[in-house]
Write a protein of this length. Structure first.
Length: 315
């Protein structure tokens, strides 16, 4: 049975009211409550509209993952796969609840914290997400790294990210929401250094994208230009193709018209930020708003740029 948005919102709210009574080691930290119903600019959020075939596959994957958890609740992966499958279907707050339940059984799981952090960020609980990423990295201390399994494999079926590199990368990316641009710059460099050799170019592209934005937000325009111009044309990538187009827009090698009409948020966000940096505030805000409203689940980077463009970390 496919859960409708209204039922999803009620179930998610009930789940989070219950989470308030969970132990501190399992509950999300921070002072921002997850929100899967309303964007930061006040627009209503809903489940994505998938094609019938995709929706059927997503529902089947969730059913299989739920059955696996019922059969083997003593396995860490049973918990994180159900949460991840729910997340792929856009059921973000349900996913957070699953990860939180899993952490009751596996309180030292850096994997469950990594996945919960990613979904907390999607639910605009940025402080809680950052805390989970920090805890996940601390729990990994002294442990060997490993490749993170892909639930949505790329065209070459190659896994390009490790747990440690992904935790550091997404912590840095989420720091954009709080205006902690120094942490962004440092974290992106650390994540890139951990990328496996065969995926180094793929990691260069998104780390350059976010590092460029951090430097621009700090007013360090020469450093931003050096970072983005270091990405050469005709890279051979495995999966980060839209990030590569966005980077080329930042470089000026591509014009927005060159990519044609697109609903890709990564590309459109780059265009919107270039407008903002160029002083076209009206055009920037219009495009940022468009990005949020045309996506069923919003777009948190655009939302924070609309609601708190001058945010800076207090530390």
């Amino acid at each position: 049975m496919i859960r409708r948005p209204a039922a999803l919102a009620t179930a998610a709210l009930s789940a989070f009211l219950l989470l308030a009574a969970t132990p501190a080691s399992a509950s999300p930290g921070g002072d921002t409550a997850p929100d899967c119903q309303t964007s930061l600019i006040g627009t209503k959020l809903s489940l994505p509209a998938f094609s019938p075939a995709t929706q059927k596959r997503l529902d089947q994957d969730i059913a299989i993952a739920r059955a696996a958890l019922e059969i083997a609740p003593d396995r860490e992966e049973s918990h994180f796969w159900l949460g991840r499958r729910l997340g792929y279907a856009g059921r973000v707050c349900e996913a957070v609840a699953v990860f939180t339940e899993g952490l009751k059984a596996f309180p030292d799981s850096y994997k469950l914290r990594r996945y919960r952090a990613r979904h907390l960020a999607r639910a605009r609980a940025f402080d809680a997400a950052l805390a989970d990423y920090r805890d996940a990295l601390a729990l990994m201390e002294g442990k060997p790294d490993s490749f993170e399994p892909d639930g949505l494999p790329n065209g070459q079926a190659l896994t390009i990210g490790t747990y440690r590199s992904n935790i550091i990368y997404y912590h840095a990316q989420t720091s954009f929401a709080t205006g902690d641009y120094r942490t962004m710059i440092d974290g992106m460099a650390r994540a890139l250094a951990l990328a496996p050799g065969f995926a180094h170019d793929d990691m260069r592209v998104p780390t350059a994208y976010w590092t460029y934005l951090a430097h621009r937000k700090l007013g360090e325009h020469d450093k931003a230009r050096a970072v983005i111009d270091a990405i050469e044309p005709e890279l051979k990538l495995i999966e980060n193709f839209t990030y590569y187009q966005a980077v080329q827009i930042m470089q000026g090698r591509l014009k927005p018209a060159d990519v044609g009409p697109t609903r890709d948020s990564t590309i459109k966000f780059a265009i919107a930020m270039e407008r903002r940096f160029a002083g076209d505030e009206t055009g920037a805000r219009a495009l940022l708003t468009e990005i949020v409203t045309e996506n069923a689940q919003g777009h948190w980077p655009s939302e924070v740029e609309l609601t708190a463009p001058d945010r800076r970390a207090s530390n």
